[in-house]
Design a protein around this ligand. Structure first.
Ligand SMILES: C[S@@+](CC[C@H](N)C(=O)[O-])C[C@H]1O[C@@H](n2cnc3c(N)ncnc32)[C@H](O)[C@@H]1O
Length: 258
């Protein structure tokens, strides 16, 4: 079924990009986007962002400062970019246990294949699971990371609650996400690029303009950094702070489980 078929005016509806869809339909639609683009996801990231996503991800892992004693879950971890960076930072035999948890089977498989290609056979565990209902016991992790995942969720508050539940006291929360709060001057150019160029690239490279139109639209629907910081606090975190990246195109939020 297409996304057009599922559009609704229902009061219970939620955003799916600029469309409104029934809350119970959104997760399936989002999963469909990533199931379709999984094998082209990494190349599209590099092409769309001119490689800048790598700089942002490096900043995230540097801010995390992982240590070998840590157990880390990377939620919506997709094809493993954050997990690989954490592992690279720790060194191949540097310890640390990383779990990648993502709702899309195809994304997880693409990530696992990348791990094999890199000769990474231990230290990273790959799981299909929902950020809003994580398949882990309370207090299982020292750190929770989520990069470009949270804006795709139906209930962001539920996912933040799950982050708080699976972290132990003092556990670290880090979220990297696009932000709608782009600095004046850059914003017009960024809009033009996002709405005109990215779907065209999506059509040419991933053979899927619609999925990339959704990605662009979903960024505009995500809360501004200050409001998102408040949502993180409401979920039971303290020491909430954030950094704006590349003129506000992305934001990196950090917090600690109370
Ligand atoms: C834009 S990708 C980000 C992947 C990776 N973190 C990165 O930065 O390259 C978003 C990911 O969120 C995943 N996702 C969407 N909804 C999810 C959910 N409810 N629970 C877990 N993962 C979800 C998608 O399958 C996709 O892999």
């Amino acid at each position: 079924m297409s996304t057009e078929d599922k559009e609704t005016d229902d009061a219970e509806a939620v955003d799916f990009g600029f469309k409104r869809v029934a809350a119970e339909a959104k997760a399936g639609l989002v999963r469909g986007v990533f199931e379709r683009v999984a094998r082209r996801y990494d190349v599209m990231n590099d092409v769309m962002s001119g490689g800048i996503h790598r700089v942002w991800k490096r900043e995230m892992v540097e801010w995390l400062r992982p240590t070998p004693a840590m157990t880390i879950v990377d939620v919506a971890g997709g094809t493993g970019d954050i997990a690989f960076r954490i592992r690279d930072r720790l060194g191949a035999d540097g310890g640390g246990h990383i779990v990648v948890c993502d709702a899309s089977q195809n994304m997880v498989e693409a990530g696992r294949d990348r791990a094999y290609d890199r000769g990474i056979l231990k230290g990273i565990e790959w799981l299909v699971g929902d950020a809003e209902r994580l398949p882990f016991k309370a207090r299982s992790f020292d750190a929770y990371t989520i990069a470009f995942g949270i804006r795709n969720l139906t209930r962001i508050e539920a996912a933040l609650g799950e982050a708080a539940r699976v972290l132990g006291p003092g556990g670290r929360f880090l979220c990297l996400e696009f932000s709608p709060d782009v600095m004046p001057g850059l914003d017009k150019l960024y809009d033009l690029y996002s709405f005109a160029v990215i779907p065209m690239m999506g059509a040419a490279i991933a053979k899927d303009a619609g999925s990339y139109r959704y990605l662009v639209e979903s960024i505009r629907r995500f809360p501004h950094p200050e409001r998102f910081a408040g949502m993180i606090r409401d979920a039971g975190f303290a020491g909430v702070s954030y950094r704006r990246l590349s003129g506000g195109i992305a934001a990196l939020h950090s917090a600690y489980r109370v």
